[in-house]
Design a binder for this molecule. Sequence first.
Ligand SMILES: [Zn+2]
Length: 340
Amino acid sequence: MIDIDEETLQDIINIKTGLFFPLDGFMDSKDYRSVVDSMKLSTGEVWTIPITFDIDELIDDEEIILYFNHKEVAKIEVEDIYKTKDDDIEKIFGTTDTNHPGVQKELKRKKYRVGGKISLLDDTILQGALDPKKTKEYFRTKGWNTIAGFQTRNAPHKAHEYLHRLALEFCDALFINPLVGWKKKGDFTQEAVEVGYKKINEVYYNNLNIYFETLKTPMRYAGPKEAIFHAIIRKNLGCTHFIIGRDHAGVGDYYGVYEAQELAKKLQDDLDIKILLFKEPYYCRVCEQIVSKNCCSHKDIDKISGTKIRKMLMSNQIPPKEFMRREVAQEVLKLKNIFI
Ligand SMILES: [Zn+2]
């Protein structure tokens, strides 16, 4: 038996609901190597982020009972136990820099990995989980045939809003699906993201074909590879389209601004979801609206910088209305903890 933490429990939930389809357990060495080396499962499907179970010593059990909060929750039928290689981190994150939050977190994990199918011993852990069966059923009852998935870890600003509206021009509906698992220090809290979206839905998006629910899985900050992982999850949830904008799942300047889009273009034929590649929206003072370089060539522009917005909110300031809706900023500023 092994005690697991909340993140491992969440992986198990995400595997069992089908959010991580086609995974039916933690990756064995064959899948792990294939994902790290060639962005594919051993069966050939595209998959870019390893989902693994780490232990600190070799064991010879055929199954491992997993405990959470002193209760049996699941078991792993052990297929193999393996070690990761030293250069795997660089292959996954494109860097070994220990300042990278994803690298830092990965380096803290235990030495060995256990691969194997998971069976649940306590179904109640699935209660309230984001469930592909339910989202698909919801989209079907609404009569939505094309649904664009939108990943975010931020309270909404005007550039996001531009992308939402663009997606609604392309598709029947938009699924705003903020990631609320582990995030690095300085990112928005789950609460800030949720109240921000609640407000924008109330004031600006009422009666639109928009569905909102959060996704619980940690950020890896793995840039392009994580963008593809995010797309696969949204396909599993019933989305037909997925938005990849500027520096998706990036951090600092580890990845090129449109590197995730380049990878998506390369893998598009093997992905069962259409990737919407949107350019970075900004405010143009001549056009007096949010535009992108595809539809405006002026030089007199204001970039909508998430960093700048965060800094203003941190010092209790309302960002300019060109950057963020006043109602959203006011709502977020009411919170005690806006940032992690
Ligand atoms: Zn312009």
